[in-house]
Design a protein around this ligand. Structure first.
Ligand code: PDD
Length: 287
């Protein structure tokens, strides 16, 4: 049996990797996580993911149980040994087990760290070519959406709204402004300009979001990072969702209404998708 689950410093077969029911991650969702895409066994933007992990740990006042070099070592080992060439590597750190259930932190914290890989399933070509359907909802989450915490109940409920409506994603609005998707960042295109919401406490600082803005800058695509109203989102020429596992996808209907004039994947999307694939290939060759 292959030992591909890392649990608190040990590599174990999945069946043998066990966590206490008193773990605060299980009882309170008291933990943080990362999802790192791996292409041809090479982790993509690993340092940026590990920096965001540190930001999330700092935000919940939990000391990082491993140094950055250690994390790089664990992830690289798994990427090299897991059974798939393309993977998504999941990292989770919780505040560990407690003796009795108590909301306050234990005096002595023994964090639980977990890493495992899953096969990376990038979206089918049909979703890229024909686009996907989304619904919208009020962003009911807390005010620290910049932390990638495992307390994902609101995100799960919001994503399920999309699934129940036969859609792929739920686009979120707070106080009349676009924040992000239930598990993705959202971009708007209007009159040839790419619009991105400002990274703040109301959205996750997406790694894919950064790549897309870098590509817009390096290729001279006009872009603005600013508050985007719900009305602007609904009257967009193009709407995109992006994440480490979905890369970038065009949203062609929102709440059953066509996005843009004809509700098809737009030309700016097609250009960005090509740049994204080209960038991935260059980075993978260079590493
Ligand atoms: N989610 N916003 C939210 C709420 C997310 O959950 C995600 C990603 C993103 C995109 O971030 P990135 O580009 O760094 O993947 C934005 C991951 C994939 C998940 O929870 O599985």
């Amino acid at each position: 049996m292959t030992a591909h689950v890392f649990l608190n410093g040990e590599w174990l077969p999945a069946e043998a990797a066990r966590v206490s029911v008193m773990d605060r991650g299980f009882l309170f969702g008291d933990g943080v996580y990362e999802v790192i895409p791996v292409y041809s066994r090479r982790p993509f933007r690993l340092e940026q993911h590990l920096q965001r992990l540190q930001h999330s740990l700092d935000g919940i006042q939990l000391a990082n149980p491993h140094g950055i070099k250690e994390w790089i070592g664990f992830v690289t080992k798994l990427a090299g040994e897991a059974e798939w060439e393309d993977q998504s590597i999941y990292i989770q750190v919780t505040r560990g087990p407690m003796a009795v259930r108590n909301h306050a932190f234990p005096k002595v914290v023994r964090p639980t760290s977990v890493i495992f890989a899953e096969p990376m399933t990038t979206p089918p070509a049909s979703q890229r070519e024909q686009g996907i359907a989304a619904v919208s909802a009020v962003d009911i989450r807390w005010l620290r959406c910049d932390l990638k915490t495992t307390s994902l109940l609101a995100n799960c409920l919001l994503r399920q709204m999309a699934v129940a409506a036969g859609c792929v994603e739920t686009v979120l609005f707070r106080d009349g402004f676009l924040t992000e998707g239930s598990a993705s960042s959202i971009f708007v295109v209007k009159d040839g300009v790419l619009l991105a919401p400002i990274k703040n406490h109301l959205m996750l600082p997406g790694i894919t979001y950064d790549v897309i803005l870098e590509l817009a800058a390096s290729h001279g695509l006009p872009h603005q990072v600013r508050d985007i109203t719900e009305a602007e989102t609904r009257s967009a020429d193009e709407l995109w969702m992006c994440s480490s596992t979905k890369e970038v996808l065009p949203i062609v209907t929102l709440d059953g209404k066509r996005v843009g004039a004809d509700g098809t994947a737009g030309p700016v999307f097609a250009q960005m998708y090509a740049w994204y694939q080209e960038f991935k290939a260059t980075v993978m060759r260079a590493e």
